[in-house]
Ligand binder design. Structure first.
Ligand SMILES: [Zn+2]
Length: 452
């Protein structure tokens, strides 16, 4: 595939190149430069040499005149199937949100529901320009099925509670899933997903960390999401939750820390030192009325940060452009300064999850980077005039500006329409399935949130 004469926006380096051609081969960007198809100038950067290059077929040439090409966004922490619980737990403090609503309703969620919710979430994300998701949930074989069908790129962690009678069985099942599904689809990788330090004792976390090391699987875990979790951990264990992760071996390169929102300065030094990444879910924090300057502090420490939606029961959408906007506003509000959350600091976060997940070139339009790309049409009232292209991307872009979405070199959204999922059929199935989800069938919540 060749995208011709486009404005290439590299988000990680916040760099703009105008009127370039971008050649895609085997799911990756093969070359970026001028006049690539004719090979007249040899200006294109081609891996392994400067030879002229041609697209594989003529019909794969896309005219990018007047369009922006940018990397696909990465959702670094999601419970995608929770789209089925969108709007079901509003205006609630964390303990009510979990105990009265979410952990009651999740009891009713069947593997079929997880599949439908994951397909709905994947459809929503792809249409909104999110091309990768790091998902943390249950019934992951059904999540795998939904993501495989949708065409999204994904990393899947089976969520495991380390307390209760089922803890060992849950861990065994998560390990069996990783053994069965690793390598099945090059687009979908597997991680281990211990839920959190508050629901996993130290010895359980150590076992997961040992399995991670032995099986070469990264980890994805919630940590220090709200202040009570830190207070309770200091009272019970004499350590912050991040210190617990450091001492049990979970804090290591490649680990995704969902939130770390109440990390102390010492915690941030530890996270930087161990090279774990943070998934920052700004809209969720704002909905819980929790305003903290984590992102500016973590950025100062050089920590890799990606953005996350968490579940749609707290975030209401799976839209990472929206989370990026909220992250910028949260940085300003929490620091009390308009000079915090600067555009050039926030733009790299849109795709930052790609590097948190270990793909070095992710976020830039450069040879070797995955061909996960968005073609943006800026010729709409909300994107004109263009005094500051990055300000327009961060603060003004709407879903309707996303004309094409490419994942792994394949077009999955064309002229704003998702090609991989029959959305009308899906809505019909969800309407049938969703009506019983909020019923109380007794038995109480599936876990108890108690960090007081
Ligand atoms: Zn979460």
């Amino acid at each position: 595939m060749l995208i011709r004469n486009v404005t290439a926006l590299s988000c990680a380096s916040v760099d703009v190149r105008t009127e370039v051609d971008v050649l895609i081969r085997n799911g990756k960007i093969a070359a970026v430069g001028k006049d690539l198809e004719g090979g007249k100038t040899g200006k294109g950067s081609v891996p392994g040499g400067g030879k002229p290059v041609r697209p594989e077929t003529d019909e794969q040439v896309i005219d990018g005149t007047g369009r922006y090409l940018m990397p696909g966004l990465v959702n670094t922490h999601a419970h995608t199937a929770m789209t089925l619980l969108r709007g079901s737990a509003e205006d609630a403090v964390p303990e009510d949100w979990f105990n009265k609503y979410i952990w009651m309703y999740e009891r009713n969620l069947t593997p079929d529901g997880v599949y439908l919710g994951s397909l709905l979430g994947a459809a929503e994300m792809l249409r909104a320009g999110v091309t990768t998701v790091a998902d943390h949930y249950f019934s992951m074989e059904r999540v795998f099925q939904a993501f495989e069908e949708s065409g999204i790129r994904a990393n899947l962690a089976w969520a495991v509670f380390g307390v209760g009678e089922q803890a060992d069985a849950q861990l065994e099942r998560a390990l069996a899933f990783s053994a069965d599904y690793s390598g099945r689809n090059s687009r979908i990788s597997i991680s281990l997903g211990p839920h959190s330090p508050y629901l996993c004792p130290d010895d359980f976390l150590k076992r997961v960390a040992e399995a991670s090391e032995k099986l070469k699987l990264p980890m994805h875990i919630h940590v220090s999401e709200e202040p009570d979790q830190v207070r309770r951990s200091l009272a019970d264990r004499g350590k912050t939750p991040v210190q617990v992760l450091a001492d049990t071996g979970v804090l290591r390169p490649g680990t995704i820390l969902a939130h770390a929102y109440h990390a102390t300065d010492e915690d941030l030094d530890l996270i930087a030192d161990r090279q774990s990444g943070i998934a920052h879910c700004a809209k969720t924090y704002l909905k819980f009325g929790d305003v903290k300057d984590l992102a500016p502090r973590a950025l100062k420490n050089g920590i890799r940060i990606g953005l996350g939606s968490d579940g749609a029961a707290s975030n209401n959408t799976m839209n990472i452009f929206e989370v990026g906007r909220d992250a910028a506003l949260l940085a300003k509000a929490s620091s009390g300064s308009a000079e915090s959350g600067k555009i050039e600091e926030m733009i790299p976060l849109l795709c930052g999850g790609g590097r948190v997940l270990g793909t070095k070139q992710y976020g830039d339009i450069v040879p070797g980077a995955p061909a996960d790309l968005l073609l943006i049409n800026p010729e709409t009232a909300n994107m004109q005039p263009v005094h500051n292209i990055w300000a327009n991307i961060l603060y003004s872009l709407c879903e309707r500006n996303i004309e094409k979405v490419i994942v792994d070199g394949r077009v999955v959204v064309h002229e704003g329409r998702l090609l991989t999922v029959d959305i009308d059929d899906l809505f019909h199935e969800i309407a049938e399935h969703g009506s019983s989800l909020l019923k109380d069938r007794g038995g109480g919540p599936m876990q108890t949130y108690d960090n007081k």
